[in-house]
Design a protein. Structure first.
Length: 422
């Protein structure tokens, strides 16, 4: 099967850590199928990178990511306005690249991630080529962006016209059903985890590699430094925990536009020795952070199912997280705790309760053996996606044949007397 994967949420030369879960999916799909990737890059990100890092993308070089040939066309759009028309701007920006890709590659199906604008362009291209479009939705594209305004209409249009929709969790699928989308084309596939990389290891050894103290409680949060991830709430919760006198450190992993603002909050709160912005991390470093942590904290305001929690679970970690999106689907009351979003006091209380529970646990092995939910491998996740893609291709082909036969039948059937009289 030839699969064209279209998404801006994918590693690129400017942001190598962006959308690594999609890279893992593409790598797994590439084991059995011919996959190529088109990942648009914002013109603003390119200009910013040139100014700050003197970095320029060389598009003359053939790039392969996760075994798949990957193109990075430039995406032009007016910043911060007319977001409901971003699908049109993306189409105008990358149309030529896509048409060239279709001539050279001839995919059987287009798989996109993020409903808008990526999904809108994928659906339009698929309709032009007469092949199916399968849209993957990840969380905020449906749970936040599709709730109001003109962009909601654009996103609903994408979901209605998609031949199939893959949701990363059941709660998103339920929301899509409530929005009136045909449930027959809805599928749920949890993201996978690289089980070889993200596996249980020695905590002290992980802390030594990361130069962390062995005698202090370590909290870890991972995610892009943007408002929806709730890191500002975590910092406020850490201020309350510090006032209780318990020695601990909190390390926030990731980069993003709120980095300066979050550091200012840390400084103003007097938490410089407690809360640390650790920056971007490699996948190997992430695995060590998960092993080193006493507790993962995920205070997000909106989520599908966060890969960082799946990876942390695979490393044997417990977590405290916001009760949003698909997180309740993976949480286990024996090991994890859910708290309301936007509430620093309850987040601090949840962390305190969970740390107390950890001290009462005699063995960490139960975390691995007794969880009610366990992450899929990327191989298993890719097999589920493959099954949906093949089924959708077959359904599309059947509809096309039926339509052709009906058209031919109409041409061959003799006109009725009523038609002759007219």
């Amino acid at each position: 099967m030839r699969i064209l994967f279209l998404s801006n949420v994918f590693p690129n030369p400017l942001q190598p850590a962006k959308g690594t879960f999609n890279q893992s999916l593409v790598a797994a799909l590439s084991q059995e199928h011919d996959v190529q990737v088109v990942s648009p890059i914002s013109w603003i990100d390119e200009i910013s990178s040139r100014i700050k890092n003197k970095q320029k993308i060389d598009r003359s070089v053939v790039t392969r990511v996760a075994g798949a040939k990957t193109d990075y066309p430039r995406f032009y759009y007016p910043p911060k306005i007319m977001r409901h028309r971003f699908g049109q701007f993306l189409w105008m920006s990358i149309q030529r690249s896509l048409q060239k890709k279709m001539r050279m590659f001839h995919p059987d199906v287009i798989l996109s991630y993020w409903a808008h604008p990526d999904g809108e362009v994928a659906v339009k291209l698929a309709q032009q080529e007469g092949i199916p479009a399968v849209t993957m939705v990840g969380g905020s594209d449906v749970l936040l962006l599709a709730r109001k305004g003109k962009r909601r209409k654009a996103i609903m249009n994408v979901l209605e016209q998609s031949d199939a929709i893959i949701s990363v969790n059941q709660s998103i699928a339920e929301q899509i059903k409530q929005d009136g989308i045909d449930s027959a084309k809805l599928h749920v596939v949890h993201r996978g985890v690289d089980c070889k990389l993200f596996s249980k290891g020695d905590r002290n050894e992980a802390r030594q590699k990361l130069k962390l103290p062995s005698n202090q409680t370590i909290l870890v949060a991972a995610g892009r430094l943007v408002d929806v991830k709730g890191h500002q709430i975590l910092i406020s919760a850490c201020q309350q925990l510090a006032q209780q006198g318990r020695p601990f450190q909190c390390h926030i992993l990731g980069t993003g536009p709120l980095q300066k603002k979050l550091q200012e909050q840390i400084d103003m709160s007097g938490l410089q020795a407690i809360v640390h912005l650790a920056g971007a991390q490699t996948q190997e470093q992430l695995a060590n952070w998960y092993r080193a942590a006493d507790l993962m904290v995920h205070p997000s305001f909106s989520e599908g199912i966060p890969n960082v929690l799946l990876e942390a679970m695979s490393c044997g970690a417990r977590f405290v997280a916001s009760d949003v999106g698909g997180i309740p689907e993976i949480a286990d009351a024996n090991f994890d705790q859910l708290v309301p979003p936007h509430n620093a006091m309850q987040l601090a209380e949840g962390i305190s309760q969970q740390l107390k529970k950890i001290t009462e646990t005699t063995s960490t092995e139960t975390t691995l053996s007794e969880r009610t939910f366990w992450p899929l491998s990327w191989g298993n996740s890719a097999r589920d996606v493959t099954s949906i893609l093949l089924k959708t291709i077959q359904q599309k082909q059947c509809k096309t044949k039926t339509g052709t036969l009906n058209a031919l039948q109409g041409m061959l059937d003799p006109p009725s007397l009523k038609e002759i009289s007219l």
